[in-house]
Design a protein around this ligand. Sequence first.
Ligand code: RP5
Length: 160
Amino acid sequence: MIPVGIVMGSDSDYSVMEDAVKTLKQFGIPIEVKVSSAHRTLERTIEWVRNFEEQGGKVIIAGAGLAAHLPGVVAGASSLPVIGIPIRSGALEGVDALYAIVQMPPGIPVATVGINNARNAALLAIEILAVADESLKEAVKVFRRKMAADVEAKDAALQE
Ligand code: RP5
């Protein structure tokens, strides 16, 4: 069983989505990565989502730019938690994608992170999995402690 699926609307999104791939790998979480569009390959996208859920997948991260309908389509096609990443591109630089992803109709939520913030999407997916996984919860706590220690070390360096 692969717990986290990462889907993006185009291979041009990969340079941003790579942060999610790297973060999940850093925590040792198996992932399935897919390029599939809500517009160009709608039926293929829905088929992949349903198959991923049937195989026991737990969380899906979906990234798209422009009229970013992919996270919403993924959320509509499954009952898994979906995390949406607006990708910065085009004349509106990701604000269009942000609005498209965050403004889901009542009943079909998508947890939306900031524009291009694939790292936070991965961390949120990890925290969702950690609810039922004590060792992963501990790994998140270690990660947080290291982040805090880094801030303190930088502050200490400024005081010198
Ligand atoms: C969206 O259109 C994709 O998610 C991508 O961000 C954007 C542009 O796609 P390409 O024309 O680069 O394939 O559907």
